[in-house]
Design a protein around this ligand. Structure first.
Ligand code: NAP
Length: 305
């Protein structure tokens, strides 16, 4: 789809065959007692995709907000028309003590915490723990897909060296499980910190070549770049905020941005990015070639760590 046709309903077909909504709502550091109301506000504003993780400790209220909204307990017309199937929920296996067992246990725990019946997307949160840990966790997730517990799989914070290792392992696992295509699992999504000051061209190209969707975390750079001249100029030119310019940039790059906010006005603001288009010339002004993470950066971790 060309970026000028984007709407809040836009979705991309994944390698798994399922669809992922183009805009996600991130809930990292959303306190447990606020998460249910924040997710409800996001769903009311039109988001259909929630990005949580076992490590965020707020899966239960996210699940409750999704179930209430889709079972029509939320009092709005949008809620009345939305089924569970139309809301995409992501969780992530904790990066600590990664293993076959820990991944298997966490899928079951997420299902029981959220009550969602299935998890749309399960990611390995970070590539820590060495090859056996990463491969074991992947195998457990592949089995969870077969069991109908998870629909699509992916990884987060993997460097190209970790991705190459995973690709080779998928072929090995496929052979081990009988050789039928897909038996080793399918990478549908990768999630990384991506914004103009960390475009990650190498990882993005690796994913594009394989039809893997790139999710962009910290899409508004946690507010740290609000004062950049280029953002101020583009915000004034398009009559939007600097945050809306960054989210629109991410969408036009073909990514799935995951802005987080606990502030009602910002939750809505971050979804109001479909009434303007950044020109090619202005997109070029946002090409910085910098490598400046604002969060952690496990992509550089060596294979044996
Ligand atoms: N896989 C990973 O390792 C990983 C790592 C980090 C993040 N993530 C995911 O990506 C999501 C987003 O990343 P993030 O939360 O670190 O960063 P972010 O979305 O770039 O920034 C969130 C921060 O920016 C503020 N903010 C949001 N919208 C704003 C706006 N329109 N104007 C001004 N300030 C605004 C928020 O404030 P308020 O909340 O106070 O409004 C919050 O402090 C996370 O929630 C999580 O789901 C994944």
């Amino acid at each position: 789809m060309s970026s000028s046709n984007l709407t809040i309903q836009s979705a991309i077909k994944l390698n798994s065959g399922y669809e992922i909504p183009r805009l996600g709502f991130g809930v990292y550091q959303v306190p447990i007692e606020q998460a249910e109301s924040c997710v409800r506000e996001a769903l009311t504003a039109g988001y259909r995709h929630v990005d949580s993780a076992v490590g965020y400790r707020n899966e239960a209220p996210c699940g409750k907000a999704i179930l209430d909204f889709s079972s029509n307990k939320a009092s709005s017309n949008a809620a009345a028309a939305t089924s569970r199937e139309q809301i995409f929920f992501t969780s992530k296996v904790r990066p600590l003590n990664l293993s076959y067992e820990s991944a298997k246990t966490q899928v079951d725990a997420t299902l029981s915490e959220t009550g969602l019946g299935y998890i749309d997307l399960m990611l390995i949160h970070a590539p820590y723990g060495g090859p056996a840990a990463r491969k074991g966790a992947w195998k457990a997730l592949v089995e969870a897909v077969d069991a109908g517990k998870v629909r699509s799989l992916g990884v987060s914070n993997y460097g190209v060296h970790h991705l190459d290792e995973l690709e080779a392992y998928i072929r090995e696992l496929e052979a081990e499980r009988g050789g039928a295509k897909g038996q080793g699992g399918v990478i549908s999504v990768g999630q990384w910190e991506v914004h103009p000051w960390l475009p990650r061209d190498d990882i993005v190209s690796w994913c594009r070549a394989r039809g893997i969707v790139v999710e962009a975390y910290c899409p508004v750079v946690r507010g740290e770049r609000a004062g950049e001249t280029v953002l101020q100029e583009l915000a004034a030119k398009y009559g939007k905020t600097w945050a809306q310019v960054l989210i629109r940039w991410s969408l036009q790059k073909g990514h799935v941005p995951l802005p987080k906010s606990v502030t009602s006005s910002r939750i809505r603001e971050n979804a109001e990015v479909y009434d303007f288009e950044i020109s090619e010339e202005d997109m070029a002004k946002l090409e910085t070639k910098e490598y400046a993470p604002c969060a952690w950066d496990p992509t550089t971790s060596p294979l044996d760590k």
